[in-house]
Design a protein around this ligand. Structure first.
Ligand code: ADP
Ligand code: MG
Length: 374
């Protein structure tokens, strides 16, 4: 592995952190993260993303209510919320600041932690699910993955509480919009933001692969555009061994490679190349402002896999004509149907190197000697 080239390829990080446009954007949005927003739907279904959980066993948690439901204060869209007020204690030494939103099984709260003496994020099981063994197992597995991984681009965890009425994992608070939010706001991402994002997330995936772990849900909702950008949400991450045993589908329809859409038909093939496809689909979305394999709204519920997952048979829609040729080629190779035809995550970083070198801002900053050297 050309390690020094890899490090050089990532050496623009310092330039990126000094890019005034980027910092401004982050500053504007720093306290405006919301899962509903980040999900891109504000409560409405997003025709492009599809089901966030595919055929995950907990995709439909069922109607039972928990005995602790007396603590439940509000209910929105059929999903019970904890409804903590600012200043309310959510656990020993841990106080709610405000809700950041949530998905079908978890609610995400910004909290103050007395022990850290810092803000942090509590990803908490929804009140009606705290006694569901499968949801608790998912939280425990996510916590284990977070404890195992230590990388500058991957979100870190501080504590896990599995016992008691409010199971949660405490993670660092990241400031910045999700990539989904930026795409929705601006349509697409400028190359100055897109290329560093691509290289950093590919570096994180290279590290995960070296740790024999796969993320399986790389998508715009799970990338926070802080500096450097960060990969979050290990809720379906797993070891290579566990991933190779997958059958059926798990992940988010629009960003899943063929082997993840229909793992039974591709036994043993879900692995690190699946995350490269997820990143390719994410970059495609950020370049084109649309997902690579669009489908009609009703297709998401189709029993026919070829209808639900156009990526099984169709070629991606063309990227916008102004896309640099080498970026266009790289992204399309990441979206190859066969996992062994995709570049490795490290090859993605190296493939981005000449494009990063051509960024005008980098040259200007290099002249002012502000570039980080390795
Ligand atoms: N560490 C964090 N810092 C800031 N916001 C976060 C953090 N973790 C999650 N979020 C926000 O909460 C949302 C849901 O968190 P995520 O871990 O992706 O849960 P889910 O498994 O429900 O998708 C994210 O899309 C993001 O908007
Ligand atoms: Mg998520």
């Amino acid at each position: 592995m050309a390690e020094s080239r890899l490090r050089r390829a990532l050496g623009f990080r310092a330039s990126q952190s000094r890019a005034p446009g980027v910092v401004q954007e982050l500053g504007d949005e720093a306290f405006d993260l919301s899962y509903e927003e980040a999900d891109g739907d504000g409560g409405l279904p997003d025709p492009e993303s599809g089901s966030p959980l595919g055929e995950h066993p907990m995709a439909s948690p069922g109607p039972e209510r928990d005995p602790e439901a007396s603590e439940v204060k509000t209910e929105t869209d059929g999903r019970a919320e904890w409804g903590f007020e600012a200043g309310e204690q959510i656990a020993e030494g841990r106080t709610a600041v405000r809700s950041l939103g949530g998905g079908s099984r978890f609610e995400v709260y910004l909290v103050w932690d007395d022990h850290l003496f810092s803000l942090a994020v509590a990803k908490m099981v929804r009140p009606e699910l705290v006694e569901k063994e499968a949801v608790l197992r998912e939280l425990r597995e996510e916590a284990e993955v977070l404890e195992r991984l230590a990388h500058p681009v991957i979100v870190r965890s501080f504590d896990t509480v599995l016992e008691g009425a409010r199971p949660h994992v405490l993670i660092e608070h990241l400031e910045g919009p999700t990539l989904r939010r930026l795409i929705r706001r601006h349509g697409s991402l400028p190359l100055e933001q897109l290329l560093p994002l691509a290289a950093h997330i590919a570096a994180a995936l290279h590290y995960m692969a070296a740790e024999e772990m796969v993320h399986l849900d790389v998508k715009p909702d799970n990338l926070v555009m802080s500096v450097p950008p960060r990969l979050i949400d290990m809720s379906i991450a797993r070891t290579f061994e566990h991933a190779a045993r997958l059958r059926g589908s798990i992940g988010t329809d629009a960003y899943m490679p063929p082997e993840q859409c229909d793992a039974s038909a591709h036994p043993g093939m879900v692995g690190p190349a699946s995350d490269v496809f997820g990143l390719g689909a994410t970059l495609y979305h950020a370049i084109a402002g649309a997902v690579p394999f669009p489908r009609p709204r009703e297709a998401r519920d189709s029993e026919d896999r070829l209808v639900r997952f156009p990526q099984l048979v169709e070629a991606p829609q063309p990227l916008p004509s102004g896309t640099p040729e080498s970026l266009h080629d790289l992204v399309l190779r990441m979206l190859a149907k066969a996992p062994d035809e995709r570049p490795s995550a490290a090859d993605v970083v190296l493939g981005l190197e000449p494009l990063v070198a051509a960024l005008p801002r980098r040259l200007a900053l290099a002249r002012r000697n502000t570039r980080m050297r390795f």
